[in-house]
Design a protein around this ligand. Structure first.
Ligand code: UD1
Length: 333
């Protein structure tokens, strides 16, 4: 059985669907701080199977230990964590506690129960501001905010853990910009409050719930002046986790970092243009100031994922927009 922490969230829920569809059994642990347990029935609607679920927080050490006693777990996919950059600057201690302390409890419980296989949700944010894309796994890492530092610290903790005991199998997946939704339109991304990320902002603007969105800067050194990102369809990203688990099973112990991106960048204007073309909906926007901390261009070199896992992203920008819009129309906020 696979323990999926944060399994009711955006990336977690899509990954649980892929696990079930690949004949694997999952148990989710989630504190529901940024998601709802409605997603469990939605996963059943998609896959025919309702995954086991434990409501709880990884900061609860006793709970972490109990999970490994109650379920026969062979590996862990660890998504649980807070993820809003701006909020992390306001509430650094909450971020370090939730993300770092929670992970320490999880790893300690794994060690005590001799479960040594883990796939960790890292982020392209660990590449910092100084590297020139395409970003490769062996580039120097840095962080510019507490959220990014939690990802970087956890990567380093995992490296130290592997150095102390070569029996561990660790894959650190560095996600680029996950967008889209399940093609059924049943699960997707529905953040509460004003969204931080661009796709939910576009969706709510197209739906008339945000009157006018703001493009953060059109004076960057890029062809159209707006920032370029490597958007990746959520189901491609979810499949990357299945491939990472297969890689662990096949190769045994090790500790590797692997990018999950498409290798192709789109500007903010290109993304808005693709969305309008695919959905036929107008997105009302204005150009505003740059957002602090944004880099002009960020995209992956996805070669390592192909070499190690045999994984490449298959879906393009049109499916990302079409599927996200379908979900928005069904369940969007
Ligand atoms: C953000 C985080 C990153 C995190 C990732 C995943 C920041 C600075 N970075 O990445 O650390 O790992 O999300 O959740 O927050 N944009 C607009 N208008 C909007 C919203 C966004 O123009 O209303 C632009 C941004 O300037 C950026 C692009 O859209 O160029 C993508 O933004 P976003 O979705 O927030 O992702 P990142 O900034 O790449």
């Amino acid at each position: 059985m696979i323990l999926v922490t944060g399994g009711t969230g955006f990336i977690g829920s899509h990954t649980v669907c892929e696990l079930i569809e690949n004949g694997k059994e999952a148990v989710i642990v989630d504190n529901l701080s940024n998601s709802s347990d409605d997603v469990l029935d939605k996963i059943k609607k998609i896959t025919g199977v309702k995954p086991a679920f434990v409501k709880g927080d990884l900061c609860d050490k006793a709970l972490c230990d109990r999970l490994f006693k109650e379920y026969v777990i062979d590996s862990v996919i660890h998504f649980a964590g807070l993820k809003a950059v701006g909020e992390s600057v306001q509430k650094p201690l909450e971020y370090y506690e939730n993300n770092v302390y929670g992970t320490l409890n999880l790893l300690d419980a794994m060690r005590k129960n001799s479960v040594k296989k883990i796939v960790f949700s890292s982020s392209a944010t660990v590449y910092g501001m100084k590297n020139t894309p395409p970003l490769k796994e062996d580039m120097p890492l840095s962080a510019t905010n507490p959220y990014g530092r939690t990802k970087l610290f956890i990567e380093e903790i995992l490296n130290d853990l592997y150095a102390s005991d070569n029996g561990w199998s660790i894959v650190k997946l560095r996600y680029f910009n996950p967008v889209g939704a399940h093609p059924t339109g049943i699960i997707g991304e529905a953040p509460s409050g004003y969204p931080n990320n661009i796709m939910p902002v576009i969706l709510r603007t197209a739906a008339g719930k945000i009157e006018q969105m703001c493009v953060f800067g059109a004076d960057y050194d890029t062809p159209d002046g707006s920032c370029i990102r490597d958007y990746i369809h959520i189901t491609d990203l979810a499949k990357g986790h299945i491939k990472a688990l297969e890689y662990i099973e096949k190769t045994g112990a090790g500790c590797v970092a692997v990018n999950l991106g498409t290798g192709r960048g789109y500007s903010v204007f290109e993304l808005i243009g693709a969305f309008e073309r695919v959905t036929g909906k107008k997105v009302n926007y204005r150009v505003g100031e740059r957002r602090k901390g944004d880099v002009a261009v960020c995209y992956a070199d996805p070669t390592k994922a192909k070499e190690l896992f045999g994984w490449t992203a298959e879906k393009g920008i049109d499916s990302m927009c079409e599927d996200a819009w379908r979900f928005q129309q069904n369940y969007g906020k």
